[in-house]
Design a protein around this ligand. Sequence first.
Ligand code: NOJ
Length: 550
Amino acid sequence: MGDRWYSEAVVYCLDIDTFADSDGDGVGDIRGLIGRLDYLARLGVTCLWLHPIHPSPNKDDGYDVTDFYNVDPRFGTLGDFAELLHQAQNRGIRVIIDLVVNHTSDEHPWFVSARSSPDSPYRDWYVWSEHEPADRHQGMVFPGEQHETWTYDRSAKAWYYHRFYKYQPDLNMTNPQVRAEVKKIMSFWLQLGVAGFRMDAVPFIIERTEPGNANSPKDFEFLTELRQHVQWRRGDAVLLAEANVEPDELPQFFGDAGGSANRVHMLFDFMLNGRLMLALARQDPEPVVEALRDTPALPEGGQWATFLRNHDEIDLSRLTAEQRNQVYEQFGPDEDMRIYDRGIRRRFAPMLGNDRRRIELAYALQFSLRGTPVLRYGEEIGMGEDLSLPGREAIRTPMQWSYQPNAGFSDADPEKLVRPVIDKGEFSYEKVNVTAQRSDRQSLLAWFERMIGTLREAPEIGSGSTTHIDVPMPPGVLAHRADGPTGTMVFLHNLGTEDTMVDLSLLQPEADLPIDTLADRDYGGVGKLDALKLSGYGYRWIRLCRNRTR
Ligand code: NOJ
């Protein structure tokens, strides 16, 4: 393990309310999660990312907070949370939480006070305009569901700014008191023992909103301040930022102090995510190659976080309309599978037609690319979605633990569940659950455990450099390599259906007893590198050499 734990981490994200319910009220809770930590440890998870844990009216799945210093009482108490941190630590698992400080809920006492009077001490904690802003109908994040970014508030007799839904008023980050409060919130949770934050909506946190200016300037220095603050409080804490912006803007989020990142440590690689979907849809790795080529070089200590699915829609907004349509055709053919004119509200397994070979191929590819892999709960068993649920809730159904009623998620009456379990069709809990897969060595769950175990034995993937091997390849095949102090790994992934043969003889001089460490089937050894067999949808992770000096 290198110095920077996050480079070699396997991150698993979950909503406490849909993971495991310990008290039978139908809502997942912290104690339920504690009871499942051994499952996560066995899977190979080293870092948990918890979606918002705070009290909330839950209009946006917790991304509308009413108290930053507490946990949602439905989940348990702060005491339970401290116990979770302790139990996770005992198993070598770090915990990071969502930090949602671009906005609050409109029910947060700060906003309730702010809107009540111009003299409220919290008035200036939010972003107001006396007059109707000309850009009122611009910059909506949820087209179709959100119609404006400025809303007139009758009691305040002014317009307030909300980048997201109107019940999520933006905090005024130019106000020094708000900046100080954000630091205090971070300190509080670091003091309790979290290992860092997944920072929500970072481009908007640093926006210096000017009414009427749809392109308000950004204050990157605030990120430098937050980084310094966090590092003083806990040296190894990490900031993992959500910033879905154009590639040329990304380096500023990392910052650069003499070649080292001095703002966030990690950024989700949205560009790669969209290109991965396009590559899978076309059965052609070229979009991935382009993504690897186009993403900017990182300063020392900067790291990408890769993902195939997260808790939101698959965001295809960085693809052209034509590319987006190609992905829609393959993975979201029906109108109700799509959302916000830019994305797909489906789980990964159903998108790939529940084709086990393709699911393995895609996850093997994600986990072998440069960056820290992030896995969403339920993906490891191939859960499906419920399109009868509104919007993004389709992919936020309870974890499917067993054949028992409610998928073993809860003892409550089914109608009391936070969301219904999937109980029909190919992805019903009777067909897809942890218990069934636990006793089956060929299951997807068993494969994930093996794959993650292999990844952990190949630290060059996370901490080394990963590059495309730019030599002629058969159609559909991507070859890349990872080099680090511990040695060199080579990866072949065939996105196409045809069995093929790959010539990597140029790497022969580096090969020192090469072996398959992970593959879709038994290829009978590696042998010479000039004729490497590869099945349709096949993959091979080959250890080329080990650095004998370590
Ligand atoms: C990004 C989160 O991932 C999403 O779920 C949420 O709706 C918005 N930020 C607003 O907080």
